[in-house]
Design a protein around this ligand. Structure first.
Ligand code: T3D
Length: 270
């Protein structure tokens, strides 16, 4: 296990699975700019490392992430007379957008193991992952409206696509706490499971995905995201393009050869 400077983020590896643990438990892993940078850099490092075939993001302590650290000097509202408000858009441009884009284009699957409350940008980060597992004690809160903001870090894009416009509006406007089991029931996340089982189940799922053809998994994520913006014929053509590329990749050769030879495939491409 390695800890980055200040240990805001803990990086560990088991086989081909890299786990990134947000580590500001006293503040429910709220994002400072330093943590946002470290998380993006850690994702970049995982993307570049051929030994990583799946990434798990989780939180230390009782929270997953309470979103933006509201005491961060970069965004803190005027507290004294004469101080002027800061442009929050800079924070998004420079920190959240690069992070969200890095996450969404990872060459390997990414699992969120939501161990506790995921609020604001913490919820958006979790929902931006490919599969979201959550402890039954965890919850999701679209906290933005409570402080006069819109969902960010991809929230406005993700929410209606995951649960439809009506439910997205309910969650985003009211900002109520959504328990993990209810999040799973409405299709916002993949699964809710007993708190004590979360870490082991996330690791088991990650190991399973790591043994799969991850190049095809990343292409599948891309194809599904693309398809939401395409008409039917364009989606068919996009599938053909991706299939054509994947057909030349070693994993497809290995997968079909293994099937024909009645043996377990050994996927290695990325
Ligand atoms: O400018 C911008 O904001 C731009 C970016 C926006 C992206 C966003 O993420 S906006 C949304 C920001 N997040 C929030 O508004 C959530 C704020 N937190 C809460 O509402 C509650 O903490 C929770 C519902 C998440 C959890 O409640 P609870 O009762 O379990 O815990 P708590 O006692 O409120 O918090 C525990 C500690 O964490 C506490 O510190 P203390 O008093 O023990 O020293 C609390 O201040 C700290 N904490 C929680 N959330 C944040 C935070 N500190 C800084 N920033 C936070 N977001």
């Amino acid at each position: 296990m390695t800890a980055t400077s200040e240990a805001l983020l803990i990086t560990s590896q088991e086989g081909a699975v890299r786990t990134l643990t947000l580590n500001r438990p006293a503040a429910l892993n709220a994002f400072t700019t330093a943590l946002l940078v470290q998380l993006r850099e850690a994702l970049e490092a995982a993307a570049q490392d051929a030994g990583v075939r799946c990434v798990v993001i989780t939180g230390a302590g009782r929270g997953f992430s309470a979103g933006q650290d509201l005491s961060d000097a970069l965004i803190k509202p005027p507290m004294e007379p004469g101080e002027v408000p800061k442009d929050i858009g800079h924070l998004l441009d420079n920190y959240y957008i690069p992070l969200a884009l890095r996450l969404r284009s990872m060459p390997v699957p990414v699992i969120a193991a939501v161990n506790g409350v995921a609020a604001g940008a913490g919820a958006s980060l979790a929902l931006g992952c490919d599969l979201v597992l959550a402890a039954e004690g965890a919850s999701f809160i679209q906290a933005f409206s409570k402080i006069g903001l819109v969902p960010d870090c991809g929230g406005t894009w993700l929410l209606p696509r995951l649960v439809g416009r009506a439910k997205a509006l309910e969650l985003a406007l009211l900002g109520d706490k959504l328990p993990a089991a209810e999040a799973a029931r409405i299709g916002l996340i993949y699964r809710a499971l007993p708190d004590a089982e979360l870490a082991a189940e996330a690791q088991a799922l990650a190991q399973k995905l790591a043994a799969m053809p991850v190049k095809a998994i990343a292409a599948t994520r891309q194809a599904l995201d693309d398809a939401l913006l395409l008409d039917f014929e364009s989606a068919l053509k996009n599938e053909a393009l991706l299939q054509s590329r994947l057909g030349f990749a070693v994993d497809y050769q290995e997968g079909t050869r293994a099937f024909l030879e009645k043996r377990k495939p050994n996927f290695s491409d990325r």
